[in-house]
Write a protein that binds this ligand. Structure first.
Ligand SMILES: [Fe+2]
Length: 273
């Protein structure tokens, strides 16, 4: 069961009503480098395309990044020309365009893919440390159980979509979304990791064997230090208001005059009557 989300702080808004606060609108969600508003830019890969092989071939990365990801970006920028959301950052565009069709689909796919590339790293798959490791133990019973659940969730997604490890109020959840949908459209949900389970992510290398692809991505490429850093920011964000609430009551303001002074002065005034 999801815990209630905290109320959003009052912020400047776009014409359509979404907060404007940098690219993401939320400090726990990393700036992926799209720029502040349209036309958005394609963030560069953090590693050479060939370094994800053999888990993901160079050819798949190049098609995925230069054709699919770049294609969503081109569509998004075209749709935002003279649009009321043209001056908004990417996350507000995603949230305000939900249900609109092509604009939401392209905006969400741009963010999903930029995040996805950051979730992979050559030589990845090693166990995380810190508070993320503790949360995995608490919420899943350990990394092996989370690994199995992640693979099963990704394999069980019907059709195109994404599987996500998210944090909500400090708790870890596994989620899957269909087509372009994304958990980042929910304020209070912090995506930590994702795996793309659209066929274009694996079909050249694995054909219909999605489970093989996902298993190898989990074991060899997942960027757990990236997820751990986001989780730390997520916890800092939710712990700061709690710490403020737990702080001791400040002492009452000191009396303008000490009581004996007030009495003495009142007495003098009384004598002058
Ligand atoms: Fe994709």
């Amino acid at each position: 069961m999801l815990l209630p989300r905290p109320p959003a702080a009052a912020l400047p808004t776009t014409a359509a009503g979404s907060p404007v606060r940098g690219e993401t609108g939320e400090p726990a969600i990393p700036d992926l480098g799209h720029g502040p508003q349209a036309p958005f830019v394609l963030p560069p890969l953090a590693y050479p395309a060939r370094t994800l092989a053999p888990t993901i071939s160079t050819r798949t990365v190049q098609f995925h990044y230069r054709r699919h990801h770049a294609g969503y970006l081109a569509t998004l920028n075209r749709l935002l020309i003279n649009h009321p959301l043209a001056g908004a950052a990417l996350i507000p565009v995603i949230r305000d365009s939900y249900g609109s069709g092509a604009l939401f689909d392209s905006a969400a796919q741009v963010w999903n893919h930029s995040f996805y590339w950051r979730c992979l790293v050559p030589g990845g798959g090693r166990a995380p440390g810190g508070r993320l490791a503790e949360a995995i133990q608490r919420d899943f019973g350990g990394l092996p159980t989370l690994r199995e659940a992640l693979i099963a969730t990704a394999t069980g997604q019907f059709g195109s979509g994404w599987v996500w490890l998210c944090a909500e109020q400090g708790r870890l959840t596994l989620q899957r979304t269909a087509n372009a949908d994304t958990p980042v459209r929910h304020p209070g949900t912090t995506p930590l990791l994702t795996i793309d389970v659209w066929e274009h992510a694996y079909y050249l290398d694995y054909q219909n064997r999605r489970a093989d692809h996902v298993t190898r991505v989990v074991d060899r490429l997942l960027n757990w230090p990236f997820a751990a850093a986001i989780f730390e920011a997520h916890l800092d964000r939710i712990e700061a208001p709690m710490a403020a609430m737990a702080a001791p009551e400040p002492p009452p303001p000191a009396a303008l005059w000490p009581a004996d002074t007030r009495s003495a002065t009142f007495s003098r005034l009384a004598r002058w009557r």
